[in-house]
Design a protein around this ligand. Structure first.
Ligand code: P6P
Length: 329
């Protein structure tokens, strides 16, 4: 039986017409970005762009190309008021008089791009909020909207196949790009995160920087059957949030990028508006949990559109264990 296309799914799910149109534009952007990534070696654009972004990170040529592609596909949408990109310092206002019902789109155009020249999975992450009222002053404060106000979040993962995962508040649904038709077909409906797991993801090279609760949690996991956890754990780290989150959505697990002595001055490593918030909405919609270690990510009040936060998300029972370690200090 023919699997539904993304458009058919949005129609059957009765998703608002304007939001469905926006999702279609974003899906088109991801198809074009996938093409750039897969042809990167032939086009000679796998290397550095010779510039740094607002994060102080060396930009890959594909970071810049992907950002421009995403913006190009979205800027003609009359309902988008602003674009907020990891790769661009300032908010990109597309409308001078943003009105109630317009969208703000936050995105990381090519997350994990340091993996692209070693042929490992990378992705695009996006988050959408809808303006509750007209905006008096279209400035940077106007886009500081809490994660629990998102109407949609998702990501594309450029791996062995090109995946597209989406939530509009009615569960989480996974699509796979079908090269023949060019469509995203529904291949993983109703994705859910198992409550329990024995698999965690963390960059263990930062162990000497970790706060005590995280150090204790990882040490107890590594102690295995004879330790406080009473069972063995597995560890995975891909240095690509999209790939780690996709694995957790598919088979469970917990992802940690905690605040540590090396990133505490910035509040953490990962960005709230276009990494933590969208992934938190997706994971919670799939029955998991998403925390800073001391509170729900979706309830963090934004103070800046490039703000960073600690991220602990995945199987809800394991996130609760980690929050308990934090409460114990
Ligand atoms: P590290 C990629 O740069 C990213 O933003 C996430 O995709 C990923 O989880 C993390 O940073 C990797 O960080 O310290 O392992 O390079």
């Amino acid at each position: 039986m023919q699997k539904p296309t993304l458009r058919q799914h949005l129609t059957e799910a009765d998703v608002d017409r304007d939001l469905a149109g926006l999702i279609d534009d974003i899906a088109s952007a991801c198809r074009f970005i996938a093409d750039h990534v897969r042809h990167g070696a032939f086009q000679g654009n796998l290397g550095a762009a010779g510039s740094t972004n607002v994060q102080g990170e060396t930009q890959k040529q594909l970071d810049v190309i992907s950002d421009e592609e995403f913006a190009a596909r979205c800027r003609s949408n009359p309902r988008i008021a602003a674009l907020v990109s990891e790769e661009v310092d300032d908010v990109n206002w597309l409308k001078t008089d943003p009105q109630a019902g317009d969208f703000i789109v936050y995105y990381d155009p090519l997350d994990g791009s340091s993996n692209v020249d070693v042929n490992l999975s990378v992705g695009t992450i996006f988050s959408v909020v809808r303006l509750p009222q007209d905006i008096e002053k279209a400035d940077e404060n106007a886009v500081l909207i809490k994660g629990d106000q998102q109407v949609c979040a998702g990501y594309a993962v450029y791996g062995p196949s090109t995946g597209f995962v989406l939530t509009t508040g009615q569960g989480v649904h996974g699509f796979t790009h079908h090269p023949g038709s060019g469509e995203f077909l529904l291949t993983q409906p109703d994705m859910t995160v198992p409550a329990e797991t024995s698999e965690y993801a963390i960059n263990s090279s930062r162990a000497e920087k970790w706060e005590t609760p995280v150090a204790r949690y990882i040490s107890d996991n590594v102690a295995g059957k004879s330790g406080p956890r009473g069972r063995s754990f597995n560890m995975r780290w891909t240095a690509s949030m999209v790939a780690d989150v996709h694995r957790i959505l598919t088979r469970g697990g917990v992802f940690l990028y905690p605040m540590d002595s090396g990133n505490a001055a910035s509040g953490g490593k990962l960005r709230l508006m276009y990494e933590a918030n969208p992934m938190a909405l997706i994971i919670e919609a799939a029955g998991g949990a998403a925390s800073t270690g001391r509170g729900r990510i979706l309830e963090v009040d934004p103070t800046g559109h490039h703000q960073r936060v600690p991220v602990i998300l995945g199987s809800k029972d394991e996130v609760a264990v980690i929050e308990r370690y934090h409460a114990e200090g």
